[in-house]
Design a protein around this ligand. Structure first.
Ligand code: NAD
Length: 369
């Protein structure tokens, strides 16, 4: 098969440290399983600004457009806080998402047995949780026009945004959702506010049509967003895949993330439209930021980034067996009692970023023996 082109953008702060642990796994894949990646590395965020005077250089964009998948660490830090808005590291992140046309944001919320007590919810409510929230990322209320703040004739002011989706926008996110559900538990919950918002009446109608025409094997249900928020904390295990518009997804995915208890454990994927061969542009990144408070101290939890790489293997390279190996290795390391500081529990062994990365590789070795 053609070389798998992977672009790595470590970014700033702990992004660099956690990505170094992914490099160990990539090296391991080549050495122990003869799976080669054509890896290149680029700059984004503050690191790119320091060299090129922009957080999103043209060469990074060109490399991202050529890659089969992009793996990103994190961007930002106090060093660049005073830059003008368009030079800030975070603009690099928004820029790459926009240019790659990434409209589907996948946020799994999985509770590993060893960490079930880290959640603020009761053990029974979250133990074994494995759900996927799919958020539409480039449309809806955050991008709709008209938008703005206006001064009215009487001197009062009006602020307004527009919730808008076209049928092609709904269908393309719907397809990603149904395809995901088909690979998981075959249940999709579409979240809307169809009792109040016409735009989401259309959303619901299109989801129903898509299910009938293309995905009759997937069970489709609908839920109003207010109820979905309640159900996520009452009984999250009732869900398999949830799909929703941009702003609802922003809120629900953060809520679901906290069911798992730790920012250092959360991976994500953002996908673009499928090309003629069915391949999608894709960016994989941990949910957390560059954590300036612990950067450079070899303290960061690398597991969110390692699990993002597992998502990359699953969704961009169809390497399900290897993705599962990495996920199992992570579970085993935690079961064995190793913890980085952010997930430390009484009676466990506190380890550094590097030691955690090495431990995951050791578990892979055991599985591969
Ligand atoms: P953050 O996610 O960087 O950190 C929040 C807290 O969680 C900190 O106490 C941090 O130490 C801890 N934390 C985060 N990831 C961790 C990990 N892997 N292991 C252990 N602890 C971890 O969010 P913030 O402090 O609000 O932002 C810091 C910088 O990161 C800012 O410049 C912000 O703009 C940027 N940021 C970037 C992204 C991204 O690149 N996707 C996302 C969020 C924030």
């Amino acid at each position: 098969m053609a070389a798998r082109k992977l672009l790595i953008l470590p970014g700033d702060g702990i992004g660099v440290e956690v990505m170094a642990q992914v490099r160990r796994i990539i090296d391991w894949m080549a050495k122990k399983r003869k799976i080669e990646f054509d890896v290149s590395e680029g700059l984004i965020g503050g690191a790119a600004y320091d060299v090129h005077g922009t957080p999103f250089p043209a060469e990074t964009l060109a490399a991202a457009m050529q890659a089969d998948a992009v793996l990103l660490g994190a961007v930002g830090g106090p060093k660049w806080d005073d830059l003008p808005f368009d030079k800030k590291p975070e603009r690099g992140l928004l820029g790459i998402r926009k240019e790659m046309g990434l409209f589907a944001n996948l946020r799994p919320a999985t509770v590993l047995d060893a960490l079930a007590d880290a959640s603020t919810l009761k053990h029974d409510v979250v133990a074994g949780l494995d759900i996927m929230i799919l958020r539409e990322l480039t449309g809806g209320l955050y991008f709709g026009e008209p938008r703005g703040i206006e001064t009215l004739a009487d001197g009062s002011r009006k602020g307004f945004n527009t919730l808008v989706y076209t049928t092609p926008e709904i269908v393309r996110i719907g397809r990603v959702a149904f395809e995901l559900a088909r690979k998981r538990g075959k249940r999709l919950c579409s979240v809307d506010k169809a009792n109040v918002l016409e735009c989401t009446v259309l959303w619901r109608e299109e989801m129903i049509k898509l299910q009938k025409e293309e995905f009759p094997d997937v069970e489709l249900s609908h839920m109003y967003v207010d109820n979905a928020a309640m159900q996520l904390v009452r009984n999250p295990k009732q869900f398999d895949v949830m799909v929703t518009e941009n702003m609802f997804g922003d809120i629900l995915s953060d809520c679901a993330a906290m069911l798992t208890g730790s920012l250092g454990m959360l991976p994500s994927a953002s996908l673009g439209a499928a090309d003629a061969d069915g391949k999608r542009k894709a960016l994989y990144e941990p949910v957390h930021g560059s954590a300036p408070d612990i950067a450079g101290k070899d303290m960061a939890n690398p597991l969110a980034t390692i699990l993002s790489f597992a998502m990359c293997l699953r969704y961009s390279f169809d390497m399900v067996a290897e993705a599962e190996m990495i996920e199992t290795a992570v579970k085993n390391v935690l079961k064995g009692g190793l913890r980085t500081a952010d997930i430390m529990q009484a009676g466990k062994a506190k380890v550094s970023t590097t030691v955690m990365g090495e431990a995951v590789v050791r578990e892979l070795d055991k599985m591969n023996a």
